[in-house]
Design a protein around this ligand. Structure first.
Ligand code: 1GP
Length: 264
């Protein structure tokens, strides 16, 4: 039964089987040119507030809710946050776990990431080994992802013990991404770190996309629509924003601006 659920890779709403989250995102990117993901860190607000953000994200046209954070996004708080989000929107919920502790049975999918430029085996394959069976048992759709952290890298870079990609070395990011693609990872995530002063340089995004990666996700330090638009023009398929949404006084307007800036 559990294996069947994994093979169908579908999330169900009101008893109806829906397409996989990966296929859904592919369709959004094909139709709109790019997708926007709203990142919610369960440790940053109460579950009731998280549901308010998710509701605003849905109204604003964000494509999915990403849930995770470097510290504290686990256990009851994670469960309650995902449930609160699901109670207000049908947008897919995608886990963005910092470790095997970031898996939650109520989510639709998980970015099943390996931090390719980590010096710590736990972030390359250890946590993945610990979490894989749980993902299977819960019937969560795994989306294989090469996770690459670029300077400055922030908390994710520190916790993940990343040998961060220098900002003026796009060829290194491209080489990591290509290696991930050859290993079967259909997604690449270029991460500058949550709240980064500077986002991933457009030249690096262009180099990675040109090298032949699959779906390219870019996040970290994207605070305005111009930066989001520049990332998509450089080759990003998906833009992730978290801090800009946490800090704004008008969540819906902020997300609407991001969505309008990246869609063709
Ligand atoms: C963090 O890339 C994401 O993993 C989002 O970063 O919080 O800077 O939007 P921000």
């Amino acid at each position: 039964m559990q294996k069947m659920r994994l093979q169908t890779s579908a999330h169900e709403v009101e008893g109806k089987q829906r397409m996989s989250v990966e296929q859904y995102l592919t369709d959004v990117i094909t139709t709109d040119g790019a997708a926007h993901l709203t990142l919610i860190d369960p440790d940053a607000q109460a579950p009731s507030e998280a549901s308010g953000i998710a509701e605003a994200a849905a109204t604003a046209g964000s494509s999915a809710i990403m849930i995770g954070g470097s510290v504290g996004a686990s256990g009851d708080l994670l469960d309650e946050t995902v449930r609160a989000i699901r109670s207000v929107t049908d947008l897919p919920t995608i886990l963005f776990p910092a470790s095997a502790c970031g898996i939650c049975r109520y989510a639709d999918a998980v970015f099943f990431m390996s931090l390719l430029n980590s010096r710590d085996m736990n972030y390359l394959i250890g946590n993945q080994m610990l979490g894989a069976k749980v993902v299977l048992e819960y019937g969560i759709e795994p989306i294989p992802m090469a996770y690459i952290i670029v300077e400055p890298g922030g908390t994710a870079g520190w916790i993940g013990d990343a040998k961060m990609i220098p900002r003026d070395k796009p060829e290194l990011a491209a080489a990591y991404s290509l290696a991930g693609t050859f290993l079967g990872m259909r997604y690449t995530y270029l991460e500058a770190g949550s709240g980064a002063d500077e986002p991933v340089p457009p030249e690096m995004i262009h180099a990675v996309k040109s090298a032949g990666c699959g779906t390219l996700v870019v996040g970290g330090g994207i605070r305005d629509r111009e930066t989001a638009r520049a990332a998509v023009r450089a080759g990003a398929d998906i833009i992730v924003t978290g801090t800009a949404i946490e800090e704004t006084s008008d969540i819906q307007t902020t997300i609407t601006e991001f969505v309008h800036a990246i869609k063709k």
